[in-house]
Design a protein around this ligand. Structure first.
Ligand SMILES: C[S@@+](CC[C@H](N)C(=O)[O-])C[C@H]1O[C@@H](n2cnc3c(N)ncnc32)[C@H](O)[C@@H]1O
Length: 220
């Protein structure tokens, strides 16, 4: 992993190197991932609520992992809507596929690809980036997702960020969590900064004493 300090001047690892590191991280974590993320469930619910989805909408779940957001997204778009999950880790995706198979969800599609290469058909009404720091720091991934969204589409991103320096216990928590969930610490000072270039009406809210951000906006 690239352990650049949060100076804002850190070099970002090349995309293929980053993807390899992330694939390896999530190969190891897939089996216990849902248990580890239990703490963040209220944030997930808040993030999905901020998408303001309507029945019939189609929504992208970028870096959907094991599919923990799929039930909430499905509930919000209803039977006439559609949820499309994009995930590059075969190990994480296996759990998402099993979730879809188990519940016999017909309106969920899973794309086994990186966000930068995923063939995303149609234009969608919304996109969720839930704890997907690597994706948020990959310009090609943001460009690919953005071209698949209608102008005005709701976009919500949330995840870890450096808290204020005086909140060092929170930053120890961020460091510990980031070391096993992102492939580079670069960009943790403002994880949404690249996404912001695609957004109007950007609003960023700190949560968990500043250790987590929730950013919301609409596609320009
Ligand atoms: C912390 S997990 C979050 C999973 C899910 N969004 C959630 O909230 O539970 C980050 C996920 O992003 C995926 N990921 C990382 N880089 C990616 C990329 N470039 N394209 C697609 N998925 C990616 C990882 O494989 C992992 O499943």
């Amino acid at each position: 992993m690239d352990r650049n300090p949060p100076t804002g001047h850190a070099m970002t690892a090349p995309a293929s190197q980053k993807n390899h590191a992330a694939l390896e991280q999530y190969r190891r974590r897939a089996a216990v991932y849902d248990f580890e993320l239990a703490l963040f469930e209220p944030i997930r619910r808040g993030a999905v609520a901020r998408l303001n989805l309507k029945p019939g909408d189609t929504v992208l779940d970028v870096g959907c992992g094991t599919g923990l957001s799929l039930p909430l997204l499905r509930e919000a778009v209803g039977p006439s809507g559609r949820v499309v999950g994009i995930e590059q880790s075969p190990d994480m995706l296996a759990h998402a596929k099993e979730r879809v198979r188990h519940h016999r969800w017909r309106n969920v599609t899973l794309i086994p690809a990186s966000a930068e290469e995923a063939p995303i058909e149609d234009r969608h009404d919304a996109a969720l980036f839930h704890f997907t720091h690597d994706v948020l720091r990959t310009p090609d991934a943001l460009a690919n997702v953005s071209q698949a969204l209608h102008p005005g589409a709701a976009i919500v991103a949330c995840g870890l960020q450096w808290a204020n320096p005086w909140a060092w216990p929170m930053n120890l928590f961020v460091l510990g969590a980031a070391l096993h969930s992102v492939s580079s610490l670069a960009g943790l000072d403002k994880p949404w900064s690249l996404l912001a270039t695609y957004l109007d009406n950007l609003r960023v809210e700190p949560m968990m004493a500043g250790a987590v951000f929730v950013a919301r906006g609409t596609k320009r």
